[in-house]
Design a protein around this ligand. Sequence first.
Ligand code: ZN
Ligand code: ZN
Length: 418
Amino acid sequence: MTYIYVMRVLLIILDGVADRPSLKIGLMTPLQLARKPTFDLLAAGGVTGIMDPVSPGVPVGSDTGHLALLGYDPYVYYTGRGPLEALGAGIELGPMDVAFRCNFATVSDDWVVIDRRAGRISDEEAELLASTLADLSKELSLDAELVFKHTVEHRGVLVIRGAGLSEKISDVDPHREGVKVQMPRPLDSSDNARRTSEVLRNFLVKSREILEKHPVNIERKKRGLKVANVLLPRGAGRLPSLPSIKERYGVKGAVIAGGAIYKGVCRAAGMDVINAPGATGTINTNLDSKFSTMIEALCNYDFVLLHIKGTDSASHDKNPELKARFIEKIDSALGKYLEKFLDDVIICITGDHTTCSTVGEHRGDPVPILIHGKGVRIDDVNKFDEISCSKGGLGRIRGLDLLNILFDLANITKMYGE
Ligand code: ZN
Ligand code: ZN
């Protein structure tokens, strides 16, 4: 019998790391500007390329982008952001439950949205508000159960549970400020959609009454801060049914991430969620804690996905300089751990989409990718950025093919045919 050397796979996703050249930083991209010896070392000793997360020129969200990178065609499997967020928030979601993403927001007396982030309410305050809403469905004697859970900052998830529900419900969140909240409407003519929109409307009206009188908001008003007096649900959907990573590749996978959506996509794919202390999903996240948790996870799992969010946030804030500095921080934090796992791990570093820090939004440009590990064909590229990697040996690949490529390099994938 021949001995096959099976390696583990580490996928590091830097959210929205890819960018376009920016005038603010001398027509470079943040990856080009950043001093990043670790990433460049890995690029020099590995193979590089560019990747279209879903399709060339299609700007994707973090949800659809991550689904694609895990090998799930979002055009087939995506059922909305709500259920993925709910899974990521640790809610056990049944197949018939309808889940929404939610924001605490500030509205005027006549329901005009003043601030979609409720004056950047703190985690502690949002947690207190959320706990008051916990038993609201019983109080309202609705024949559906409503579960609201706060996640980070002004964000949370809402799940409606019961018989005869539908996910065909319009967004309540108008997605901008200065306009009225849109009360939920059924999006088809079914009784279930009508009923679900009524349940949600009752909940919104009642929860507003409670939030207006809540001590947290009374205190905020006194301090001249915006109150969190309404919940704005959006992205209604049901649990997607994904064949697990274990079923597809026979591997045991885990994710380390701060934000709920990344944990949710991975949970839907049958992966375990590992919480790293101090992982906040912001630019102030504890990178050391994330990398040391990652090293530990590599001892127990065949496949580990580490997600870092701050690169995307800096781009949304149109701050390419800050993005470059954050890339440098990640690079130096990773550098300290390199020798601990380089020998028997296939490591891949890439992004889930381009986030353009000039327009502050996701764009459809491809993302750079590098793969490093034993047996990987080494190309001539020695820098990790959008332009250098476009000359790499991987060429231009699809996000959907990423795990196939990585598990093949790790000698995990079984042969197709005989
Ligand atoms: Zn993203
Ligand atoms: Zn983004």
